[in-house]
Design a binder for this molecule. Structure first.
Ligand SMILES: Cc1cc2nc3c(=O)[nH]c(=O)nc-3n(C[C@H](O)[C@H](O)[C@H](O)COP(=O)(O)OP(=O)(O)OC[C@H]3O[C@@H](n4cnc5c(N)ncnc54)[C@H](O)[C@@H]3O)c2cc1C
Length: 269
C-alpha cells in the first residue's frame, strides 16, 4: 500500500495575465503559473496569502525554498526587502488554461497591496500561499446542514467572498445580503440560483440598515459577516444580543481595520 500525504497549503509562483477595472474602487487581477495545476479549492470565502514585491523589485522576496523555516527567514529579511504579505480571497479558479482571479479594493490612503493592484500589469510576479486541498481551513463559510436562512454582510473587501458564496448556493436556499461599497459604480451583477435578496448600500450606513432590517422568520439561521473589523464586531454583537442568534451559527472575520495596516491588525489580534 502507498499512502500519499498532501500538505493543505503550499506556495505558488504566479504572474499577472491581465487586469480589468470592475468599478471606480475595484480591480480584478488574473494570475497564471505552472504551479496552479496543484491549486485546489472549494471556493466560497477561500482566503489566500499574497506576497507582493516592493516598488523597484522584480519579484517578491519570500524564502519559500526553506520549507518549514520560511516564516522565520522571511521575518528576518530587512524591511523594504521582505515581501509585503496581505490576505485576499479567491474570486474564481478556471482550468484550461489554469487561472485565478483576485479582486482588489483600491482604497485611500492606499496601502502597498492596493497600490500594487492599481499599477499591476501583465508579467508582474507574485507569490501566493494557497490551498493544495479543496476543503481546507482557510474556507470559513460553513453553514450547518439544517440552515433555513443565510444572512451575509460585507463591505467591498468581502464582495469577492460574497459573490463566490452566492454562486455556490443551491436553488431554494433563502439568503439575505447586505453589501456596502464606496461608489455606485462598484455595484455588480451577482449570480446565484438561491432565493437571494441583495441590498446594496453606497457609502456608509449598511450596519444600521441591517440592524433595522426585518429578516424572514427562521428556526436555524446562519450569519456570515466580514469586512472592517469595528463593523464586524458591532454586527456580531447585534445578532447575539439583540436578535438572540446562536453564536455558534455566526462566522465573523475582521478583514481590515480603520487606521491600521495588516501587520498592525495581525499584531493586535
Ligand atoms: C481573510 C481575508 C480576505 C480578504 N479578502 C480581500 C479581497 O478579496 N479583496 C480586498 O480588496 N481585500 C480583502 N481583504 C482585506 C485586505 O487584506 C486589506 O484591505 C488589506 O489591509 C489591504 O492591504 P493594503 O496594503 O492595501 O493596505 P494596508 O497597508 O494594510 O493599510 C493601509 C491603510 O488602508 C486602510 N485600509 C485597508 N484596507 C482597506 C479597505 N478595504 N478599505 C478602506 N481602507 C482600507 C487601513 O486601515 C490603513 O489605514 C481580506 C482580508 C482578509 C483577512
Amino acid at each position: 500500500m502507498t499512502t500519499a500525504v498532501v500538505a493543505p497549503f503550499r506556495f505558488f509562483s504566479l504572474h499577472v495575465v491581465r487586469t480589468r477595472r470592475l468599478g471606480p474602487s475595484l480591480v480584478r487581477v488574473t494570475f497564471a503559473g505552472q504551479d496552479l495545476e496543484h491549486f485546489f479549492s472549494d471556493g466560497h470565502d477561500q482566503s489566500l496569502s499574497l506576497f507582493l514585491p516592493h516598488p523597484g523589485q522584480s519579484e517578491p522576496r519570500v524564502p519559500h525554498e526553506l520549507g518549514d523555516g520560511w516564516w522565520q527567514a522571511w521575518r528576518e529579511l530587512p524591511d523594504g526587502v521582505r515581501a509585503v504579505m496581505r490576505s485576499y480571497t479567491l474570486r474564481a479558479l478556471r482550468r484550461d488554461p489554469d487561472e485565478i482571479d483576485v479582486d482588489f479594493v483600491l482604497h485611500t490612503p492606499a496601502g502597498p497591496a492596493s497600490a500594487w493592484a492599481a499599477g499591476a500589469g501583465a508579467g508582474d510576479r507574485v507569490v501566493l500561499l494557497g490551498p493544495a486541498l479543496a476543503d481546507n481551513r482557510a474556507i470559513r463559510f460553513r453553514p450547518p446542514g439544517d440552515t433555513d436562512l443565510i444572512v451575509l454582510w460585507g463591505d467591498g473587501s468581502a464582495l469577492p467572498a460574497i459573490a463566490s458564496i452566492l454562486e455556490s448556493l443551491p436553488a431554494g436556499q433563502r439568503v439575505r445580503v447586505w453589501l456596502e461599497v464606496h461608489d455606485a459604480g462598484d455595484v455588480q451583477e451577482l449570480t446565484t440560483a438561491a432565493d437571494a435578496e441583495v441590498t446594496w448600500v453606497v457609502g456608509a450606513g449598511s450596519v444600521d440598515a441591517l440592524r433595522e432590517a426585518r429578516l424572514p422568520a427562521a428556526e436555524r439561521p446562519y450569519v456570515w459577516i466580514a469586512g472592517e473589523s469595528g463593523c464586524v464586531k458591532a454586527l456580531r454583537r447585534h445578532f447575539v444580543r439583540e436578535r438572540g442568534f446562536d453564536r455558534r451559527r455566526i462566522t465573523f472575520v475582521g478583514y481590515w481595520r480603520q487606521g491600521m495596516n495588516e501587520e498592525q491588525l495581525r499584531a493586535a489580534e
